[in-house]
Design a protein around this ligand. Structure first.
Ligand code: AMP
Ligand code: GLY
Length: 434
């Protein structure tokens, strides 16, 4: 079969790389892909992820099974469109994607089904929201969330009431996220360990992927603004067997069952961003797709053929699938970003050392995101986005993987390159001290 991967990030590059290893996959195409997917010899289709009709035409022409990377096409109903045209596609319907595309809907859904999450209230008017903040006894403990999709930037964790007022004004009055900020959720701030938990589901059954941990802040020691994610590792030692079971039972299965009971089908990847507090976990957010950069550490550890699970999800037969087999080694990913990211950043900087990276042993992998191959036959690659490359290393343990990944990074350079130096360090401390 041919597989079409929709998206242009390192997550999508990793998905394509993984499915290309299946003996059942003839060809992998990307829409639109990036410099790395082009260099690796896959076919990049020149089409925007917003142009669903064109994507449908391409998938039909090439006879593709489609896997959707980012949330936007899912929230805009690409799965409904492809299915109604008889195409095979993995991802939730537009209705199910509300779990990610509307924080208000997701909070109400969690309340309806008894899924643990922070206390919250919804506001349509800025004055009412500010009044609530003024009356709140939880000074320094409020999180302001825009209802709609805001490219991962629609959440402000506030340290004071003043910060919370300012966040409400930014979202509701200044409309910095457009209509996404017409409504806001004000949420109790939780303190604990934040983890990512991702499952595959066919709408009824669920299979957990390996656990992982993102690093959301831009700078070392979790400083600076929130980003899409600056690094990750897998497995996550903070989720022990007991907690794993608790999360599967009280969160993931409840979510899938709740959707089904409401007549909403969820096929695809369900991602819960969780806060571990004592011996419980609370949902901070649901995403209806794989995480980026979590995917870059999860899929290289998967020994099984991903495409088999994709097909089981589409067919509703995930209960017939064999257990997934995982590599015991630890994977660490460091995201290399452009100067300025996550705010305004530079583009067009020539990247050097990619050939050295590619020539390293099999334990080091490079997945591209914001890169472009220059159109002058030189084969040179330039930066073309905020997050540029994901460098991944597999090691015998956490410290081995960390050492390998940072050694590999030393060989790549562009002007203004920025990355965190402390990916995995907290896990290392946790492993040493418990
Ligand atoms: P979200 O998009 O809802 O996951 O929020 C983005 C980030 O804000 C999360 O990854 C957390 O770091 C933080 N966050 C969200 N909700 C809360 C909360 N209730 N308490 C503490 N931090 C939160
Ligand atoms: N790494 C966080 C996300 O994919 O939403």
């Amino acid at each position: 079969m041919n597989v079409l991967v929709i998206g242009s990030g390192a997550r999508e590059h990793t998905i394509g790389w993984k499915v290309s290893k299946s003996s059942r996959v003839k060809k992998v195409l990307f829409a639109p892909g990036n410099g790395g997917t082009q260099l690796a010899g896959y076919e990049n289709l020149k089409v925007s992820i917003k142009d669903h009709d064109k994507l449908l035409r391409f998938a039909t022409e090439h006879g593709c099974l489609t896997i959707v990377g980012p949330e936007e096409p899912l929230a805009n109903g690409i799965v409904d469109l492809f299915k109604s045209n008889g195409l095979r596609i993995l991802g939730p319907s537009r209705d199910a994607a509300r779990l990610e595309s509307s924080k208000v809907w997701a909070k109400e859904f969690m309340r309806r089904h008894g899924i643990p999450t922070a206390e919250s209230d919804v506001f349509d008017e800025p004055e009412a929201a500010k009044d609530y903040i003024a009356r709140s006894k939880k000074d320094g403990g409020i999180v302001v969330k825009a209802d709609g999709l805001a490219a991962g930037k629609g959440v402000v964790v506030c340290n004071s009431k003043e910060e919370a007022y300012a966040a409400v004004d930014k979202m509701m009055k200044d409309k910095v996220f457009g209509d996404a900020g017409n409504r806001v959720v004000l949420e109790e701030r939780l303190y604990g360990e934040e983890v990512s938990f991702i499952c595959m589901s066919d709408g009824k059954h669920i299979i957990p992927l390996a656990t992982s941990q993102d690093h959301k802040r831009a700078y070392d020691n979790d400083g600076g603004p929130n980003t899409g994610g600056m690094g990750a590792y897998s497995p996550n030692p903070m989720i022990d067997e007991k907690m794993h079971e608790w999360i599967m039972h009280n969160i993931m299965q409840k979510a899938i069952d709740g959707l089904r009971q409401e007549g909403i089908e969820f096929k695809g990847f369900l991602y819960a961003g969780l806060m571990l507090v004592d011996d419980k976990a609370y949902v901070l957010e649901f995403n209806v797709r794989l995480g980026d950069p979590e995917t870059q550490v999860i899929l290289p550890r998967l020994r099984s053929d991903l495409i088999e699970y994709v097909e089981h999800c589409i067919d509703g037969t995930l209960d017939e699938a064999e257990d997934m087999v995982w590599d015991d080694r630890v994977a660490v990913c460091v995201v290399l970003a452009s100067k300025g990211y996550p705010n305004e950043y530079e583009k067009g900087k020539v990247i050097t050392g990619l050939d050295k990276l590619a020539g390293m042993d099999d334990d080091v992998l490079v997945f591209h995101a914001g890169t472009r191959v220059i159109d002058d036959c030189s084969g040179r690659v330039v930066t073309d986005g905020g997050r540029v490359l994901s460098v991944v290393a597999l090691g015998n343990d956490m410290s081995d993987a960390i050492e390998k990944v940072y050694t590999a990074i030393n060989s790549v350079y562009w002007e203004g390159i920025h990355y965190r130096r402390d990916i995995g360090r907290r896990a290392l401390r946790y492993l040493l001290n418990g």
